[in-house]
Ligand binder design. Structure first.
Ligand SMILES: CC(C)(COP(=O)(O)OP(=O)(O)OC[C@H]1O[C@@H](n2cnc3c(N)ncnc32)[C@H](O)[C@@H]1OP(=O)(O)O)[C@@H](O)C(=O)NCCC(=O)NCCS
Length: 179
């Protein structure tokens, strides 16, 4: 398995992976929504505000994860939010998701990111260091439909101290459809 952080020339393939994976797991509407999210994140986000990590088996894309900047207006720490995440349906349950997430979190740490946040299944993301948080620790940028899925972790080795102020996500994520 090879990991890559290059995405500029791979947007079509990456968007297709998200669309197909979410169509298989949650239906065509969700597939289209998450495919569009992946495409928009790549097309509309400044380089400094986006990390995309993908896993490859030869020429076959097996998984992809994206982190985009979450800015807190009264806090100087660097925070990125993880979304979306997909492993090719035929490759589920082989450890690809956890390896890719570990690779991505290590790369963020090396880039000086202080905090990673995500919004998803606590049972899965706890395998790679995320734990449930409240909005007293990190205010969400939009109203959360499932507050129990709001998760975070410090990447500095210290505890996750509450982030100050309100937060703003990148434009591609700034829709109630995703929250
Ligand atoms: C969720 C997903 C990324 C996991 O990737 P994966 O490569 O199959 O997962 P791994 O092989 O790394 O990990 C498998 C473990 O996670 C568990 N797991 C997988 N999906 C899970 C889920 N949705 N919720 C809870 N646990 C899950 C498995 O039971 C397994 O547990 P075990 O190690 O105790 O046996 C993948 O199933 C996927 O793309 N699903 C569809 C899209 C999706 O739901 N994305 C995440 C949205 S928040």
């Amino acid at each position: 398995m090879d990991f890559s952080s290059d995405y500029k020339n791979r947007a079509d393939e990456i968007a297709a992976l998200f669309e197909a994976t979410f169509t298989a797991s949650e239906g065509a509407r969700e597939g289209q929504l998450i495919g569009t999210l992946a495409r928009d994140l790549i097309a509309k986000t400044k380089d400094d505000d986006l990390f995309v990590f993908s896993s490859w088996d030869g020429d076959a894309l097996t998984g992809c994860i994206m982190f985009s900047r979450l800015s807190f207006d009264q806090d100087e720490r660097t925070v990125f939010v993880l979304a979306p995440v997909a492993v090719a349906t035929a490759r589920h349950g082989q450890g690809i998701g956890q390896k890719l997430l570990t690779f991505g979190l290590d790369a963020l740490r090396a880039a000086g990111v202080d905090v990673a946040i995500t919004y998803g299944d606590p049972n899965y993301y706890s395998k790679v260091g995320f734990a449930p948080i409240t909005e007293e620790v990190a205010k969400a940028p939009l109203k959360l439909a499932h507050p129990e899925g709001w998760l975070g972790q410090s990447l500095t080795g210290g505890p996750l101290e509450p982030l100050k102020g309100s937060s703003r996500c990148v434009d591609a994520l700034n829709s109630p459809d995703y929250w």
